[in-house]
Design a protein around this ligand. Sequence first.
Ligand code: XMP
Length: 509
Amino acid sequence: MILIIDFGSQFNQLIARRVRENEVYCQIEPAGFPLEKIAALKPEGIILSGGPSSIYEENSPKIDPGIFELGTPVLGICYGMHLMIHALGGKISRAPKREYGFATLEIRQNEPIFKDMDSRIQCWMSHGDSTDILPSGFTVTASTQNTEFAAIANFDKKFYALQFHPEVEHTVRGTEMIRNFLFDVCGCQKSWNMGSFAAGAIDQIQQSVKDKKVVMGLSGGVDSSVAALLIHKAIGKNLHCIFVDNGLLRKNEKENLEQSLTANLDMNILFVDERRRFLDALKDVTDPEKKRKIIGKLFIDVFEAEAAKIKDAEFLGQGTLYPDIIESKSAFGGPTSIIKSHHNVGGLPEKMNLKLIEPLQLLFKDEVRALGLELGLNEDLVWRQPFPGPGLAIRIMGAVSEERLSILKEADSILLEEIRGAGLYRELWQSFAVLLPVKSVGVMGDKRTYDSCIAIRAVTSKDAMTADWARLPHELLAKISSRIINEVDGVNRVVFDITSKPPGTIEWE
Ligand code: XMP
């Protein structure tokens, strides 16, 4: 395994992704992770991440120099490079000007990290400090115009350091540099894949749950579905899933979930029909945050009441993923943590007194998808686009009513059918319809109409932190618009949202 020590760079999860893509297991631990624990993990290699600090700042994160005595290969990236140089007796100084953006890397030595690469490669820089004096035993292996020590190495000790960021896409062949570190420097074997992960996870769940019961809420999304399926494979009918039908899912989503999990995979799921209760609670509510609070609270009330009926339940299953764990452990708080807490509608209170079981807590989203496929989950569910907890309620601007829900569901289902038909569903981060609170005039046949307006929202994104509006083909937009207006009663106008995030958000509320 590879240990990544987190010094606060926004790119840390990308480093871990690059390692895992190579079928090598890695773990991210915060700066300050004790040396004894590092030694006990017996990593095959250590990566010191980048970070926003300068090593001469008073409270900047430090490193135990003992790391360099373990006989383990180390790769330092940016701030991680500075820590390595400082700890081993070299000198770092403030560069006269910050270097940010593209640079051309001139490779001086074809050492393991740059194996078989051209002598000039584009790389991505983002640093203020840089290296002044190298520690003994190190040589320069690559430079850029501004930075002489862009890459350095101590071959005997297997210490490598890069001033640029190999983990970001802008560094051409950066992924290969990381791969070379894993296989040529650390001698890792490919052993991390979802088949072996599933076998180990099922075994672990069996050992910790034994013959007790687990309750778990299903949202219809990929994370909770895959987590539930994994637990189901381990303990069968002792897993009691609860799906609260709040009526705010897209057309046919509940039925599809029922088909894939209950009919095809024989899972034990209780479908609780609370559509009326949610609609009543949302009556005349127009404020988006109020909608979120009402839906979140009602979900918890219903879930708790149903869970209480399951006698002898000892565990609560959850589909928590690795990025949430990293962010909650990180000394720096990831940029996404703020967004997530604000959006965490399904969070269940601790008073339920159940032990948590989170079988996906070591996985990234794409690994969860691969695991879902491995376990036999159907492709539609595995590739489902993210969907907000409060569902369609925050895609109906203004008050939610049965009639408005039905308009939105129909329009949204046409939109998705066309997006899928055009082969764009997986490329888009999200694509959906929004029902606007305005009516406008139109003509249909010879008649004047005065009806609702639907907005088409489609975005590309990597993590929902930023997003770009998708350049959907005009022909596709034309087809979606004409079908919605012809097939959905009560809609006479369709508009296309061309706002990116920032300054807009993905959802309209
Ligand atoms: P925004 O609209 O803030 O959304 O750009 C970013 C991502 O979060 C989703 N989202 C939510 N998810 N509960 C959720 O579970 C919410 O209240 C919520 N609001 C937004 C949104 O769909 C997008 O993927």
